[in-house]
Design a protein. Structure first.
Length: 142
């Protein structure tokens, strides 16, 4: 099993899925962590200049993306989320400390279980997940 953690520094779980530049991926065999791997992740930092190449600005898309469903919905958001998720398609679980509803749904649709945790330490969060003690704080979705 592989569990991905979104991170900015490889040491803590990021509070914002879209802004984090990395995934820390834990390979778990049985109940033992056998490997850690830092992977690059597409994020807002890469998409910032792209809106100029599109018909609509990020702000325009963002405005329409909120609708009744929450943050991060619409064709442009779907494309960005797919790019953010490509690096972890071999993972079964994604741990974050905050993300938009659109990203959460995109992760689910990719067949990955997204969990919003309040635990900042990646290894502690992975261990809590493995022990069945990790609460999914979906109320933190924005």
């Amino acid at each position: 099993m592989k569990i991905a953690v979104v991170t900015e520094d490889g040491q803590t779980i990021s509070q914002h899925f879209g802004r984090a530049p990395y995934y820390l991926v834990f390979t778990v065999e049985g109940n033992t962590i056998t490997r850690r791997e830092l992977r690059d992740k597409a994020g807002h930092h890469q998409f910032a200049g792209e809106h100029e190449a599109h018909e609509h600005s990020h702000e325009h898309t963002h405005e329409h993306a909120h609708g009744h469903e929450g943050h991060g919905f619409g064709p442009e958001a779907d494309r960005r989320h797919a790019r953010m998720i490509e690096a972890i398609t071999d993972c079964q679980v994604l741990l974050v400390r905050g993300m938009g509803r659109g990203a959460y749904v995109a992760v689910e649709q990719a067949g990955i279980i997204p969990i919003v945790t309040d635990i900042a330490d990646p290894e502690a969060a992975v261990r809590a997940y493995l022990d069945g003690q990790l609460t999914n704080h979906i109320e933190r979705l924005h």
